[in-house]
Design a protein around this ligand. Structure first.
Ligand SMILES: *[C@@H]1O[C@H](CO)[C@@H](O)[C@H](O)[C@H]1NC(C)=O
Ligand SMILES: *[C@@H]1O[C@H](CO)[C@@H](O)[C@H](O)[C@H]1NC(C)=O
Ligand SMILES: *[C@@H]1O[C@H](CO)[C@@H](O)[C@H](O)[C@H]1NC(C)=O
Ligand SMILES: *[C@@H]1O[C@H](CO)[C@@H](O)[C@H](O)[C@H]1NC(C)=O
Ligand SMILES: *[C@@H]1O[C@H](CO)[C@@H](O)[C@H](O)[C@H]1NC(C)=O
Ligand SMILES: *[C@@H]1O[C@H](CO)[C@@H](O)[C@H](O)[C@H]1NC(C)=O
Ligand SMILES: *[C@@H]1O[C@H](CO)[C@@H](O)[C@H](O)[C@H]1NC(C)=O
Ligand SMILES: *[C@@H]1O[C@H](CO)[C@@H](O)[C@H](O)[C@H]1NC(C)=O
Length: 837
C-alpha cells in the first residue's frame, strides 16, 4: 500500500471551522442534549449495526455524488463528538442559558486530533433535513465515545447482565471496591500548584480553563458502579465502538503519514526517542485507545501494567440501547473500543484495495458485508467473526508499539492528566500492546466464523410483514418481540418491510417502511399508548382484507410480477374473540389474496378456536409467552420467525388483481438478485395455473456476470427445494419430489402444464415452489473483479448476481369455486353453532 505524505492544511487556522472539535457541544447536536424526548435514549432507535447502516444509506441516497471517502469524512466531522458528559450545575439550578453537557471526558482529545489533524478537512455539509432530529441524535450517539458515570439507580441489576457473568470469570480477580479511588479536591489543587497539570495557552484554539475543576466536582458526586458507555453499536459479533470503525475506514481510504510535530500542542515534545511520523490509521483506531490507556493509567494509577479491555453488556436482549460497563476505572480501552479499533484497522487496511476492484462501493455496503455471517467484505477473511485472526494478520507488535509510542507522545501534550510521565513510556506501551494481544486472543470470546456459518441461513428474506398488534400489551413487553422480528427478517432497503396495524380496527399504526430506523423512531411508547384499546377480530380482519385487496389492485396497476412474500401476524395478549362473521372474511382472504400467509400468535392457547381460519392449522397458530423484562424473546418468537422464513417470494399474474377476473399474463419479467452461496425461494399460487394452458411456463436467465453458477430447482411438495445429494439432476421423474437444472448460458425453462389435474379447486391444489441458488460462495484470499460485478443500484452487495424471471401465460383462477365455498360456509356454521359461546 502506498502512503501519501500530505502536509496538512489543518496546521493553521482552519480548526475553528470544525464545530465537533470544539470544547462545547456542537450547535448542530445541541438539541440531542436539550430536548427531553431526544435526551431519553429509550425514545431513540436501538443502537444496532442494521440501524447504523440504514441511517448511513439515507445519507448516501441523498448525496449520490459523494464517494466513500467523502461520506466517511462527512460523517465523522458532522456527527462524531466524543467525550460529552453531564455536569450537575454547582447549585443544582438549571439555567435556560446553559446546557449542562460538555465534552470533558478524555476521549474528546484524541477525536479532536483526528478531526483537525489526521483526517482531511471537510468542506461538505449535509442539508439539515436529510435526517430528522431523532435519527441525527441516534447517529451521533452511535459514533461518539463517552462514559456516563451518573448514578441511575439500577446498578444492583448490573451484575445480572448475562454478558457480564460470562466474561467476569475470565477477568482478573480484582474486585471493584479495590479499584475505587475517589480523588479529593485538595489533592487536585495541590497537584495543580505543584505544576503537575499542564498549562495551556489561553489563546489557543481549545480552552482547557475549567478542565481540572470540572473533573474535580465530577469526582465529588457519587459515580455509578457500572457506567454507561456511549458510541457503542450492537452486532452479532460483540458490541463495537462505531466511531473507531468509521474512523479506520476514513483514514484507511485517505492514507496520510503525519509528522507528530503537527499533532503536539506547544511544539514541545517531551519524548524524543519516538518515530517522527504516524500513519493516520493507527491513531484513528488501535493506537488511539492504547495511547489513552497508557497516559491515563500511567499517570493516575502509576500502573506499570496497563489494563486493556473492560467487559460490559446491554441491559436488554432486544432493542438494545444502553451498554453498561462492568467497571468504572480503566475504561480507556473497553471491549467495544477494542473491537471497533480492530474492525476499523482491518477495514482501513484493505479499503484502498477494495475500492480498486469496486470503485463505486458504498460505506453502507462495506459495513453490511463485513458484519455479515458469510462472504464478507469482498473476501470471507474480512468478516467481523474473523477479527481475532485479522488482528494477528494485519499488524505486528513492533508496528503497533512504535506507532503508539509516537502518538502517545503527541497526545500527552494535548490531554490534561493528573500526573506527568517522566520516564518509562516505552515500557508502558509495550505492556499495553502485549495485553491487547493477549486479551484479544484469550478473553474476547465473540462468535467465530464456524459458528456464524452454522447459525445463519443461506437465504435472505424479502417479506412484507404486517403485524396486527393488541394495545393491551405493555410496550416494554411486546417491543422486544417486534424488534426481534424486525431484526431477524432484515427490514431494510434491500430486504423486508414492516407495517404495524391495530387489532382494534386494522388501522395503520406505523405505515409500511423498509427502514428499521424510521420504524423504531415512529413506534415508541407514546405511539403505543395512543393506540385504541381493544381487540376486534372481525373489524380488523375486514379492514385488513380491504387494504390487502387494494394493494393487489395497486400492484395490478404497477404491473408487479413478484419478488416479495407477504405475511400477516396477529400478535394478541389473551384471546382473539371469534365471531360468526370472521370466517367469511378469512375465507375471502383465502380466495382473493392467495399469497398472504396469515398467522396467529396469542398468549392463551386458542388452537380450537382458530384452526378454521388458517391455511395450515398445524403451522400457522402459535402460543407465545413474553415478559416485561424482555428475556427469552428469541425462544418465544423463534417458531414464528421460522414460519415467516418458510413463506416463499410471490410470483403473480398482475392482470388478476384480487377479483381474479383478468386475462393471461402474456410474457412478463422481473429481476432479482442472489448473493454467492445463497438461495432465493419462490412460490406460485394455484390461482395462477389451476386450468391448463399449453404455453404456460417460467424462464430463468442470468443477466449479470459474477462468481459461480446458478441452479434452478422446483417442486410441488417441498417449500424450499434445494439441490442436494438425494435429488439428483434428473428432470421430470415422477417420484422425485425436487427437480434441479443448472443454469448455463441461455435459460432454464420450466413448463407449467396440468399442475392441478385431479384437484377440485385452487385451495386444495398445492402451490408450485421454485428456487434460484448460487452454487458457490466467495473464496477467501484474493480480491477479484468478479466479486464486484454488480453496480446496479438495486444490488445490496457488489457481488450480487442478477437474473431475470419471465412468466408466460399465467392465468387467473378464482378460489371461490361455488360448490366448495358454500359447503365450507355450511361446515363453519355448524362448527360455530356447536362450539361457540
Ligand atoms: C436531499 O434532502 C433534501 C432535504 O430533504 C432534499 O431537498 C433533496 O432533494 C435531497 N436530495 C436527494 C438527491 O435526494
Ligand atoms: C436499561 O437501562 C436504562 C438506564 O438505566 C433504562 O432507562 C432502561 O429502561 C433499561 N432497559 C431495560 C430493558 O431494562
Ligand atoms: C418488494 O421489496 C422491495 C425491496 O426489497 C421493494 O423495493 C418493493 O417495493 C417491494 N414490492 C412490493 C410490491 O412490496
Ligand atoms: C401509508 O403510505 C401510503 C403510501 O405511501 C400512503 O398513501 C398512505 O396515506 C399512508 N397511510 C397512513 C395512515 O399514513
Ligand atoms: C414518538 O413517535 C412520534 C412519531 O414519530 C413522535 O412524534 C413523538 O415525538 C415520539 N415520542 C417521543 C417521546 O419521542
Ligand atoms: C394504493 O395506491 C393508492 C394511490 O397510489 C394509495 O393511496 C394507497 O395507499 C395504496 N394502497 C395500498 C394498500 O398500497
Ligand atoms: C383456507 O384455505 C385452506 C386450504 O388452503 C383451508 O384449509 C382453510 O379451511 C381455508 N380457510 C377458510 C377460512 O376458508
Ligand atoms: C454429497 O456428495 C458429496 C460428493 O459426492 C459428498 O462429499 C458429501 O458429503 C455429500 N453430502 C451429504 C450430506 O451426503
Amino acid at each position: 500500500m502506498i502512503w501519501l505524505p500530505i502536509f496538512l492544511v489543518a496546521a493553521v487556522g482552519c480548526v475553528s471551522g470544525q464545530e465537533t472539535a470544539q470544547t462545547r457541544v456542537a450547535s448542530s447536536l445541541s438539541e440531542c442534549y436539550s430536548n427531553p424526548n431526544l435526551l431519553n435514549r429509550n425514545n431513540l432507535p436501538p443502537v444496532t449495526m442494521p440501524v447504523l447502516i440504514d441511517i448511513i444509506r439515507k445519507i448516501e441516497d441523498n448525496t449520490t455524488t459523494l464517494n466513500l471517502r467523502e461520506i466517511t469524512t462527512l460523517l465523522l466531522h458532522s456527527f462524531r463528538q466524543d467525550g460529552i458528559q453531564y455536569h450537575q450545575p454547582e447549585n443544582s439550578v438549571a439555567s435556560a442559558n446553559v446546557l449542562p453537557f460538555a465534552p470533558t471526558f478524555h476521549s474528546f482529545h484524541r477525536n479532536r486530533l483526528l478531526l483537525t489533524r489526521l483526517l482531511p478537512e471537510n468542506r461538505l455539509t449535509l442539508s439539515a433535513d436529510v435526517l430528522p432530529p431523532v435519527l441525527k441524535c441516534t447517529l451521533h450517539h452511535m459514533l461518539s465515545t463517552t462514559v456516563d458515570t451518573r448514578v441511575r439507580g439500577d446498578e444492583s441489576s448490573c451484575s445480572q447482565l448475562s454478558q457480564y457473568r460470562a466474561l467476569r470469570t475470565a477477568r482478573s480477580g480484582r474486585s471493584i471496591s479495590d479499584d475505587v479511588e475517589i480523588m479529593k479536591p485538595s489533592d487536585l489543587l495541590s497537584a495543580n500548584k505543584n505544576g503537575k497539570m499542564r498549562q495551556y495557552d489561553p489563546n489557543n484554539d481549545v480552552e482547557f480553563g475549567n478542565m481540572g475543576v470540572g473533573s474535580m466536582s465530577e469526582r465529588q458526586v457519587a459515580e455509578s458502579t457500572c457506567p454507561l458507555l456511549g458510541g457503542v453499536v450492537d452486532t452479532a459479533w460483540g458490541a463495537v465502538s462505531a466511531g473507531n470503525v468509521i474512523a479506520g475506514i476514513a483514514t484507511g481510504a485517505q492514507p496520510q503519514v503525519v509528522n507528530i510535530l503537527q499533532l503536539v500542542r506547544d511544539a514541545n515534545l517531551n519524548y524524543r526517542n519516538v518515530q517522527q511520523t504516524v500513519n493516520s490509521l493507527f491513531p484513528a483506531t488501535l493506537s488511539g485507545d492504547l495511547a489513552e490507556a497508557v497516559l491515563i493509567q500511567g499517570t493516575e494509577r502509576g500502573s506499570t501494567s496497563i489494563v486493556i479491555g473492560t467487559a460490559g453488556g446491554w441491559n436488554s436482549t432486544q432493542a438494545r440501547r444502553h451498554f453498561m460497563l462492568q467497571n468504572r476505572i480503566n475504561v480507556e480501552m473497553t471491549d467495544p473500543e477494542i473491537r471497533g479499533g480492530i474492525d476499523g484497522f482491518v477495514l482501513g487496511s484493505n479499503v484502498v484495495a477494495q475500492l480498486g476492484v469496486a470503485s463505486n462501493m458504498k460505506l453502507s455496503q462495506l459495513l453490511d458485508m463485513y458484519y455479515s455471517p458469510r462472504n464478507g467484505a469482498l473476501d470471507p477473511n474480512l468478516r467481523a467473526c474473523n477479527r481475532r485472526e485479522s488482528l494477528n494478520r494485519f499488524v505486528t507488535n513492533e508496528q503497533l508499539i512504535s506507532e503508539t509510542n509516537a502518538f502517545a507522545a503527541a497526545l500527552d501534550t494535548n490531554m490534561p492528566l493528573r500526573g506527568t510521565i517522566i520516564g518509562g513510556l516505552d515500557q508502558l506501551i509495550t505492556s499495553a500492546v502485549t495485553n491487547l494481544r493477549s486479551y484479544t486472543n484469550d478473553v474476547l470470546n465473540d462468535l467465530n466464523c464456524a459458528a456464524s456459518l452454522s447459525q445463519s441461513n443461506n437465504f435472505r428474506l424479502k417479506t412484507n410483514l404486517y403485524i396486527v398488534l393488541d394495545s393491551s400489551w405493555q410496550y416494554t413487553t411486546v417491543m422486544p418481540a417486534i424488534a426481534y422480528l424486525v431484526d431477524s427478517i432484515e427490514v431494510g432497503k434491500f430486504g423486508s418491510s414492516i407495517t404495524l396495524l391495530s387489532a382494534f380496527d386494522g388501522s395503520i399504526v406505523v405505515n409500511t417502511t423498509y427502514s428499521p430506523a424510521d420504524f423504531y423512531a415512529e413506534y415508541n411508547s407514546t405511539t403505543h399508548a395512543a393506540m385504541t384499546a381493544g381487540v376486534n377480530f372481525e373489524t380488523s380482519l375486514t379492514n385488513i382484507k380491504l387494504m390487502m385487496q387494494q394493494s393487489l389492485a395497486n400492484e395490478s396497476l404497477r404491473n408487479y410480477v413478484g419478488g416479495n412474500s407477504s405475511v400477516l401476524l396477529y400478535l394478541i395478549n389473551g384471546n382473539l374473540p371469534v365471531t360468526d362473521r370472521v370466517w367469511e372474511q378469512a375465507n375471502e382472504i383465502n380466495n382473493t389474496i392467495p399469497d398472504l400467509r396469515v398467522l396467529y400468535a396469542t398468549t392463551t392457547n386458542q388452537f380450537d378456536a382458530l384452526w378454521p381460519f388458517v391455511r395450515d392449522m398445524y403451522r400457522d397458530i402459535f402460543t407465545v409467552s413474553l415478559n416485561s423484562v424482555g428475556t427469552g424473546v428469541d425462544t418465544a418468537m423463534a417458531p414464528i420467525l421460522q414460519r415467516i422464513q418458510s413463506v416463499g417470494r410471490r410470483i403473480i399474474n398482475p392482470t388478476c388483481g384480487f377479483l381474479f377476473n383478468g386475462g393471461s399474463s402474456g410474457a412478463r419479467t422481473f429481476d432479482d438478485y442472489v448473493e454467492p452461496g445463497y438461495v432465493n425461494y419462490y412460490r406460485i399460487s394455484p390461482n395462477y395455473f389451476f386450468g391448463n394452458n399449453d404455453n404456460r411456463r417460467i424462464r430463468v436467465s442470468r443477466t449479470s456476470s459474477g462468481i459461480g453458477g446458478l441452479v434452478v430447482c422446483h417442486s410441488r411438495s417441498s417449500e424450499q427445494p434445494r439441490r442436494d445429494n438425494s435429488t439428483v439432476l434428473i428432470e421430470g421423474s415422477e417420484n422425485n419430489p425436487i427437480t434441479c437444472q443448472t443454469l448455463n448460458s441461455g435459460n432454464v425453462e420450466i413448463g407449467l402444464q396440468y399442475l392441478c389435474d385431479g384437484w377440485d379447486n385452487t385451495n386444495s391444489c398445492p402451490p408450485f415452489y421454485m428456487s434460484v441458488e448460487s452454487d458457490t460462495g466467495l473464496t477467501a484470499g484474493g480480491l477479484s473483479s468478479a466479486s464486484a460485478a454488480c453496480t446496479d443500484p438495486n444490488c445490496r452487495f457488489p457481488y450480487n448476481i442478477r437474473y431475470s424471471i419471465q412468466v408466460d401465460e399465467l392465468g387467473c383462477f378464482n378460489g371461490a369455486s361455488s360448490i366448495t365455498a358454500s359447503f365450507l360456509i355450511l361446515l363453519s356454521a355448524l362448527y360455530l353453532t356447536l362450539y361457540s359461546s
